[in-house]
Write a protein that binds this ligand. Structure first.
Ligand code: NDP
Ligand code: OXD
Length: 321
């Protein structure tokens, strides 16, 4: 039952995470709403929206008047992992130019790091070695394969193309993108991998993609590149088999990798990944967006929905992304 008191937007974070910065950002944008955290025990019948990042599973069940559930990021696997998520409520993910730009920065940085062999030059600088005769092929001779040609994959693909790389992409459904070779579905995965020197994973984590980055996949990558095969994963840790990555780096199936996401986050101190010389690690911050940018995106959607408009970027619960 709705009351005449203001409706509530709940910020639902993992236990121990401080919601302060999000509450402040939403208060600035949604003066007609009361903005509360989960721990403030909001009155369930007034809660119209939830904005979540890894909320404790089961903690949203009592909100039975919800108009929408927002992810505070682009991925929604954290929401869908909650088996007690209120049924039938639209789930909306973030699509925001700020987030997209940041991801493309990360992709370009790490493609260039491997293509231009920067880790080798770091070593040479440390050892005071002046070796200027290392072969450096042109970008056009490096074939990059992007797994996931969605919002993030397409932006990265276009930017890499502009830098001169030979870019292809793989998605679930067919795409036509100017200047970019595209592959779709499981049957074309082998052809896509067979032409790829640097593999960039920007897939969502779903039942269909879980564990896809494994030994069998790495073995299919092209081996005729100067710096490949290389793996970059900023999708989700659940996409990758970390034991297979280490083994592939040891036996030369992979030359190097950059990982932003991990099976367990934070990456445990005892993980062998930390010290592997062929691995570059970033702490799941490839595309951390400014809370103001994300609050803006969500507030725009709430304002539209409150005026009877439709929500954008609603997740398909059947494909889980
Ligand atoms: P989108 O939903 O826009 O794109 C997902 C892409 O993956 C689509 O091209 C989709 O194919 C493809 N895909 C999904 N399932 C399959 C499958 N089974 N086989 C082949 N292709 C598949 O998502 P975004 O681009 O916005 O984000 C992608 C992911 O990036 C997020 O889900 C999140 O996990 C991760 N991310 C990581 C961040 C970080 O900081 N590390 C920050 C932000 C996001 P189709 O086009 O046919 O639907
Ligand atoms: C996201 C993320 O999904 O930061 O936005 O991982």
């Amino acid at each position: 039952m709705m009351t005449d008191r203001p409706p509530i937007l709940v910020v639902a974070l993992a236990e121990g995470d401080d919601p302060g910065i999000w509450i402040e950002a939403f208060r600035a944008r949604l003066p007609g709403f009361k903005i509360m955290s989960l721990s403030e025990n909001p009155e369930a019948e007034r809660v119209r929206y939830v904005a979540s990042w890894r909320h404790p599973p089961g903690s949203l069940t009592r909100f039975d008047q919800l108009a929408a559930l927002f992810s505070l990021g682009a991925g929604v696997d954290h929401l869908l992992a909650d088996k007690d998520l209120p049924a039938g409520v639209p789930i909306v993910r973030v699509v925001d130019p700020d987030l997209t730009n940041r991801m493309s920065e990360w992709v370009m940085l790490h493609v260039l790091l491997h293509h231009r062999q920067q880790r080798l030059y770091d070593y040479q600088q440390f050892e005071k070695i002046w070796a200027d005769d290392i072969r450096q092929p042109a970008a056009k001779d490096v074939r990059i394969g992007i797994m996931g040609l969605g919002v993030l994959g397409q932006d990265a693909a276009h930017k890499l193309k502009m830098m001169g790389f030979d870019v292809a992409g793989w998605s679930r459904t067919p795409k036509a993108l100017p200047g970019i070779e595209t592959f779709a579905g499981e049957t074309s995965l082998g052809d896509f991998l067979g032409r790829t020197h640097i593999l960039v994973s920007l897939l969502p984590l779903t039942p269909a993609t879980k564990g896809i980055l494994d030994a069998g996949l790495f073995r299919q990558l092209a081996r005729d590149g100067h710096c490949g095969p290389i793996l970059l994963n900023a999708g989700r840790g659940g996409l990758q088999n970390e034991a297979d990555i280490v083994a592939a780096l040891e036996n030369g199936i992979l030359r190097a990798a950059t990982l932003d996401v991990f099976e367990q986050e934070p990456l445990p101190k005892h993980s062998e990944l930390w010290h592997h010389p062929a691995l570059t690690i970033t702490p799941h911050n490839a595309a951390i967006s400014a809370p103001e940018a994300i609050a803006d995106f969500i507030a725009d959607q709430i304002e539209a929905a409150e005026q009877g408009g439709k929500l954008d970027h609603v997740v398909d619960r059947s494909t889980q992304y």
